[in-house]
Design a protein around this ligand. Sequence first.
Ligand SMILES: Nc1ncnc2c1ncn2[C@@H]1O[C@H](COP(=O)(O)OP(=O)(O)OP(=O)(O)O)[C@@H](O)[C@H]1O
Ligand SMILES: [Mg+2]
Length: 324
Amino acid sequence: MNIQSAKPSGDRTVLKRQRNSFVEVEYSDIAEKMLSRSDVLYIRKEDQVFVVGEDALNFANIFNEETRRPMSEGILSRKEKWAIPMIRMMVERILGEPEEEGEEHAYFVCPANPVDSDLDTLYHQKTVQALVEDAGYTAHPINEGMATVYSELSDNNFTGLGVSFGAGMTNICLSYYAVPVLQFSVARGGDWIDKQAANSTGVPVDRVTREKEEEFEMDFETATGDIQGALAIYHEAHMDYVIEQIADEINEADVEEGLDVPVVVSGGTSLPKGFSQHFKQRLKEADLPFDIASVRRAQNPLTANAKGALVAAITEEEEGEVPE
Ligand SMILES: Nc1ncnc2c1ncn2[C@@H]1O[C@H](COP(=O)(O)OP(=O)(O)OP(=O)(O)O)[C@@H](O)[C@H]1O
Ligand SMILES: [Mg+2]
């Protein structure tokens, strides 16, 4: 949904973001003049003009075009031939140029390979790495679930289970003293929930997404017969599916028994009220080789992973693992 960055500035953190969206508009001299005088992010390729990021939706409405996504299913879109030039622009915009010496290291968040699809994330990782390096930085990949752990579990020696509930994917990482013991993803997230709820109710998916983001809450009553009911059903189905994969992977991985593991959830899909309570209840019922000490939501679920990448960069710099 968003391409984000977090940068330190004195003792503050500056966050920047671009919407994962672009639209093609018809080229004309006037359009180009207008665009070049504005703040709108755009790119011209011969007689094609693309408006990128936040403004794409406005332009799509004016020109009656569909927006397209450079990223889908958690990685660079395989179906979108313009994905890479668009992401390149967004990366340049959110990172800016390195300003000071010592600023030139950038940690970027990468999904793990999904356990339930044959999708491989290496191509995505290497491509994004190259784009970040072209923007003037030394690029270091960090796993997405690990980024959640870095963001939220510094008080617990970066030990715990981080689950990032995104749009295209859900990323899971079990970390023990900042060492990932287990990391994987499932190829489902908020988009899957929206699609299932839309299919079941016959309501267009954009409307389902809007209703979900504006008013959906997870309570413990089973509602039926409307969009909210369908959303509740598919949120629960998604949670159960994720927990089933966690149990399978952890039991297979031979993780040390008897640990007391704190769990943190992040990502936009964890935003509905009641989400973490539901997740906690279901996790506690699951067959896991350790105890769940607590389940809580990241302070800011939408920015936690960008913040986590920054915490990882700072921590590794302090430990001398990144040369100054
Ligand atoms: N207030 C909200 N309530 C419920 N869902 C929301 C809310 N805001 C955003 N979402 C959903 O969260 C998802 C986007 O979350 P996030 O930005 O963490 O994903 P992403 O990082 O873009 O995706 P991925 O990690 O798969 O690449 C979308 O499915 C969106 O509909
Ligand atoms: Mg994400």
